[in-house]
Design a protein around this ligand. Structure first.
Ligand code: AMP
Length: 187
C-alpha cells in the first residue's frame, strides 16, 4: 500500500500516520520529522532546511525532492509506504508521480484529514506546550496556515481529479479517526 496523508498544520497527520503505518506494516515517512532530525544532527541537509522551517516556509523543492527520492529508494519502502507531509505543492506531486512511474508503481490513495480551524488552533497551542517545537509560535503557525492554503490545498483538487482522494473527518478521538481512515483505504 502506497499512501499519502494531507491536511493542514495540526490536523493530526503525524499521529494518524504513525498508527496507520504501524497497522499496515509500512514505513511512516514524515518529511518534517526527517528534517527535524537532520537539524538536531547538524547535517548538511539540516543546515539547508533549518531557516525555512523556523520561518514556516517550505524547504526548497530541490532539497526536499532529493531527500524523498533517497528515502523511497531504501529497501523498507519497496513494498509500500505512508508519506506524511509530502508532497506539499504541485511540483512535488509531479516529481513523486514521475518517480513512482519510473518504477511502474503509483500512489494508491491520498487521505485528506479535515479539521476546522478552531479545533486546530487549540491543538497547536497544546502541542507547542508539550513539544516546544520552534515552529509552533503563533506567528509562525499563522504563516504555516497561509503556506498550506496557497501551496498545499491545491493538491486536494489535483488528487481528486486523479480519483485518489479520500476525505476523512479528523475531529474525534485518535481511535475514531483511525477507524475512519482504515475504512477509506482501497482493498
Ligand atoms: P511538518 O512536521 O510536516 O509540519 O513539517 C515541518 C516543516 O518542515 C515545514 O513547515 C517545512 O518547513 C518543512 N517541510 C516538511 N515537509 C516539507 C515538504 N514536503 N516540502 C517542503 N518543506 C517541508
Amino acid at each position: 500500500m502506497r499512501l499519502v496523508l494531507v491536511g493542514s498544520p495540526g490536523a493530526g497527520k503525524g499521529t494518524q500516520a504513525a498508527v496507520i503505518a504501524g497497522k499496515l506494516g509500512i514505513p511512516h515517512i514524515s518529511t518534517g520529522e526527517i528534517f527535524r532530525q537532520n537539524v538536531v544532527d547538524q547535517t548538511v541537509l539540516g543546515m539547508q532546511a533549518k531557516e525555512y522551517m523556523a520561518a514556516g516556509e517550505l524547504v526548497p523543492d530541490s532539497v526536499t525532492n532529493a531527500m524523498v527520492a533517497d528515502r523511497l529508494a531504501q529497501p523498507d519502502a519497496a513494498a509500500g509506504f505512508l508519506l506524511d507531509g509530502y508532497p506539499r505543492n504541485h511540483e512535488q506531486a509531479d516529481v513523486l508521480a514521475d518517480l513512482l512511474h519510473g518504477q511502474s508503481i503509483a500512489v494508491d490513495a491520498v487521505i485528506e484529514i479535515v479539521v476546522d480551524q478552531e479545533h486546530i488552533l487549540e491543538r497547536l497551542v497544546e502541542r507547542a506546550r508539550r513539544q516546544h517545537r520552534a515552529d509552533d509560535t503563533e506567528e509562525v503557525v499563522r504563516h504555516r496556515f497561509e503556506v498550506y492554503h496557497h501551496e498545499t490545498e491545491p493538491l486536494i483538487e489535483y488528487y481528486r481529479d486523479r480519483e485518489l482522494l479520500r476525505t476523512v473527518d479528523g475531529v474525534g478521538s485518535v481511535d475514531d479517526v483511525t477507524a475512519r481512515i482504515l475504512a477509506e483505504l482501497p482493498d
